[in-house]
Design a protein around this ligand. Structure first.
Ligand code: SAH
Ligand code: SF4
Length: 350
């Protein structure tokens, strides 16, 4: 059994199964997630005899770093090998990105290997769905990125579920992982600093609305009409824009929270001033922000708009009272930017 990804309750039950009091499970939980120890021999809060029993019954199976692609801007794209397990029969490879900033770091993790959603502008889609990740593999990505950069960590860690995969199509594992990542007694990230991005899986958003512990919600809008969105995001035929926005209107935002709409800007396709006006109208009644993401090149038939076009789009949104930001992705030279995660070798040094 992989200890990583196990909840407090599961670890308490494990301790009891191994003939120890339940509180020993709490000690494992603390050593693993709060102290981030990955070697059972170093769990000094446990008696030596129990450490041995535990080592026979379980392991700490962290994703294995196959490659680090280091970008000129300091971000690191990790290629991680995930082994087969009781929960997932086949091995897989995914990517995690670590982005250092002055006072914080942002970690971007994958929720699935590949993705089935098939957005036309996204390189991950070309992999198809390989498999879901387990809770341990999702938590493990964060722990690998933190421990690999332990010497240079800043006080704040932001986490985004924006790597490979559609998180709301792997709901149970993603939320099992998030409960550990957001628990102040475990990895202790703040819900204000964790963002889950979805292509708009409505049943998943509705389920997320009822979670006690949940990250912020980001939605990949990426188009201003159904006709346009149908062309680049086939999921729009199942969950069209008006239903998506109705679900957003019902979503219970916390006082400090906005819904983040992501809008990948595809030159000549969705970047016209009329698009900006339509986007402003669509989300006018919501407490929302818009992140404009200039398209990052991959081997796909799209292009990034000119800077002036992007600025004009943003200005129209702002003039209409919408909070709008342009987000240039980091790590493009090592294929670490949004939509570039498809296990490719970087062309630049890294
Ligand atoms: N599957 C989820 C999360 C991962 S994608 C989702 O789609 O929301 C994270 C973001 O990257 C999404 O907003 C997606 O629209 C965007 N994206 C995908 N390919 C891109 C590309 N080539 N350039 C810029 N952004 C891209
Ligand atoms: Fe999947 Fe997101 Fe890429 Fe769409 S944009 S194919 S949902 S990873």
């Amino acid at each position: 059994m992989n200890l990583l990804g196990q909840s407090l309750q599961e670890l308490r039950a494990l301790a009891q199964d191994l003939g120890e009091p339940a509180y020993r499970g709490g000690q494992i939980y603390h050593a693993l997630y709060a102290e981030r120890r990955f070697d059972l021999a170093s769990f000094c809060n446990l008696p030596a005899a129990f450490r041995e029993t535990l080592a026979e019954a379980s392991a700490i199976d962290l994703p294995r770093v196959v490659r680090r692609h280091i970008s000129g801007d300091g971000s690191v794209r990790y290629v991680l090998a995930l082994s087969a397990s009781a929960k997932q029969a086949k091995p897989a490879t995914v990517e995690t990105v670590f982005m250092p900033e002055e006072n914080r770091q942002t970690i971007c993790i994958s929720s699935q290997a590949g993705c089935a959603v098939d957005c036309q502008f996204c390189l991950t889609a070309t992999l198809g769905l390989v498999r879901n990740l387990t809770a341990g593999e999702i938590v493990g990505q964060v722990l690998v990125a933190l421990s690999d950069n332990a010497a240079a960590l800043k006080p704040q860690t932001n986490l985004v579920l924006m790597g490979q995969g559609e998180p709301l199509l792997n709901y149970d594992a993603v939320f099992a992982a998030l409960r550990i990542l957001l628990d102040q007694k475990a990895v202790s990230l703040s819900p204000k600093h964790v963002t889950l991005s979805t292509s708009g899986i409505l049943p998943g958003i509705e389920r997320m609305a009822n979670e006690k512990v949940r990250p912020k919600l980001a939605i990949s809008l990426n188009a201003s009409t159904n006709q346009q969105r149908d062309q680049i995001m086939p999921i729009n035929k199942k969950y069209p824009i008006e239903e998506l926005l109705q679900t957003c209107a019902r979503y219970p935002l916390r006082p400090w929270e906005h819904i983040m709409f992501e809008y990948v800007m595809l030159g000549g396709f969705n970047d016209a001033p009329e698009d900006a006006r339509r986007v402003a109208k669509l989300i006018a009644k919501l407490r929302a922000k818009v992140n404009l993401i200039p398209w990052n090149p991959g081997d796909l038939p799209y292009q990034r708009p000119d800077a002036s076009r992007i600025e004009e789009f943003q200005r129209i949104l702002i003039d209409k009272g919408v909070l709008a930001f342009v987000r240039y992705s980091r790590g493009q030279d090592v294929m670490a930017a949004c939509g570039q995660l498809a296990l490719l070798q970087a062309t630049a040094a890294g």
